[in-house]
Design a protein around this ligand. Structure first.
Ligand code: FES
Length: 167
């Protein structure tokens, strides 16, 4: 019994530092390049005047502790003109479990193909039976030089009722 306890305690004493160093070592792999930064996405003229959304890729540099890969897709957003001089951005990732949502122009709804969550044009949950715990994640938008749409691209943790940024 004494020997078994010593082996167990020894194993625990070894496992904790190994787990901690692995977490530190692998952390850069989990960082997103453009998290929190504004990215030029489109021109205002590229958006329909009828308020319907259009999907755009987010192209930015992907950087981690070891590599920098310039100009690669790191995500996607739906942009729409909510007023003549106002643009809204929604992350395409479903907050339930991370699938990409589609948009139906006929139904004027976003729909998730994985578990049938549906979202209104403004991103709010449309069908109360939707499993998504929150609406689609809105993103900050700036119109620069009168016509450029810049988006502060960010992913958020899936499965939570609140928007928790993925670092
Ligand atoms: S991932 Fe969208 S409803 Fe489950």
């Amino acid at each position: 019994m004494k020997k078994a306890s010593a082996v167990l305690l020894g194993g625990l004493a070894t496992a904790a530092p190994v787990a901690a160093s692995l977490t530190v070592f692998l952390d850069p792999l989990q960082r997103k390049a453009a998290a929190g930064g504004f990215v030029k996405v489109a021109s205002v003229e590229a958006l329909p005047d009828d308020g319907m959304p259009r999907k755009f890729s987010i192209i930015a540099d992907r950087v981690d502790a070891w590599n920098k890969v310039p100009n690669v897709p790191i995500g996607a957003v739906y942009l729409r003109k909510s007023a003549p001089d106002q643009v809204e951005a929604l992350n395409v990732v479903c907050p339930h479990a991370g699938c990409f949502v589609d948009f139906s122009k006929e139904r004027k709804l976003f729909g998730c193909p994985c578990h049938n969550s549906s979202f209104a044009l403004n991103g709010s949950v449309s069908d109360p039976k939707s499993p998504s715990p929150r609406g689609l994640d809105s993103l900050d938008v700036e119109i620069r030089n009168s016509s450029e749409v810049w988006v502060r691209f960010q992913n958020f943790v899936a499965g939570h009722g609140e928007k928790i940024p993925v670092s």
